[in-house]
Design a protein around this ligand. Sequence first.
Ligand SMILES: [Zn+2]
Length: 245
Amino acid sequence: MSLRKDEAIVLSKRAYGESDRIIHLFTLNAGKVSAIAKGAGKSQKRFMNTLEPFNHVKVEYFEKQGRGMVRIENADLVSGNSGIETSMKRMCSASFFTEFVDRMTREREPYNGLFLALKEFISFARSKDPAYADILHYELMMLDILGYHPNFDTCVFCGTVINDEEKIYFSRERGGVLCTVCSRSLPHRRWSPGLMQGFLAVKKFETGFETRSLEREAQELMEGFITYHVDLDFKSYKLLKTMVF
Ligand SMILES: [Zn+2]
């Protein structure tokens, strides 16, 4: 047994027996770990509500040779989740990203960048209602870190840099735009002019999409992309869609 110290975002919490809790933590240095918090249910004093979803905490935990469930020894709040409960938009989007990180990573697979992106989004959602472009910005950032980012710049088949006005053909299977030549022989869908530039602007956090209809197309393209490449059905996404989009 060794004692480890780390920082973490609480992804989820569920009851285990009468007084214990199982917590999924996304740690800065060790990635996702499942942890048991003994006595967390019986006496709120033990962890003083520090192990609530979306909280950023400093933790000390015991682990057995880097395997299995760890036992939380101590947890101190760095920054809490207050502000998130003030709107459904904030709640749903924060839930979506914690579910996303939880399901897209394996136990003890460290991703510093993903930790920072999640921390940044939670801090955003504590103070502001996120719009679709804000959510998409963080989704693209996280997909990039995980190696799934769609390519909006160069033809995914031949590698040619595509002029902005010709960026309209998108291959879901190949995960990016096709040039005019390759689009003649490869399956794709044709999207409205301006959509790919919209994605690039959102990625850089410059602006959102120019029209509501482009935003809807962006949403549809992303849903198809995620379904095809990730093949996970995020429960919180459905709720997010009705609440935010
Ligand atoms: Zn091409």
